[in-house]
Design a protein around this ligand. Sequence first.
Ligand code: HEC
Length: 223
Amino acid sequence: MRKRTFQRLLVATATLAVATGCKPLDDTMVAIFGRSMRDQRSFDPYENPRPEPEHSIAFSAGNFTKDRFSVNLGESDGTRPDEPFLTPADMAPPGSETVRSLRNPVPADSVSLARGKVLYDRVCVVCHGPAGIGAQAYIAAKHPTVAAYNLAGPQVQAYADGYIASMIRMGRGLMPSYQHEFTYYDRWNIVNYVRELERQYNEANGQGGSQSGGANGQAAGGA
Ligand code: HEC
């Protein structure tokens, strides 16, 4: 008996709700709080509600900028042959054929290295250390169980530029993906700076010349 009544009440409430929508509820909220969920401003994922401040890093999926010095929102990842769609499978060392054949479009000039250093020191330094030596990184002190990942040492020196640039895009395991944080050109600026750290590493360890990262980078396209 009681169960029946409850069921009827439930059906009646549901019918009322369907017939009238949530408007009465909303109106009550407006009466109490002065606004309702109906009036809220909503954003799309990654939508930036404000214009980009000058010289900032474009925080957007559309990051294939017009040229290497602009920060406008451009085409999104995966829409161009030089920015192909990648999956985690592409990131198995030393990177898939696609990853390895990516060409570094940015010459490692002083402008590129300066920009690369700013971004590296802002983002990568925490885990990879200021000189690209993992053991000197902040997390190495905080979390000794996390393996130190050297970017300046021989292992990464042997990788193609495209592997490092794609690693920044895709991440792997504990390494986060920075696909949306950096523009296409800024990724290559960071790659150039990592190569510079490798050069300094070799210099400090008495191996000049032949192993230099820059040369590896230029050769990567042909492989
Ligand atoms: C939160 C910590 C963290 C940050 C920040 C970080 N990395 Fe990493 N990175 C890692 C870890 C952990 C690995 C090893 C991942 C693995 O082997 O699966 C790694 C691996 C790499 C590798 C591949 C090394 C190899 O031998 O295969 C490259 C290249 C790399 N990172 C570059 C960068 C760059 C460039 C930045 C800055 C844009 C960066 N990382 C920021 C944690 C980080």
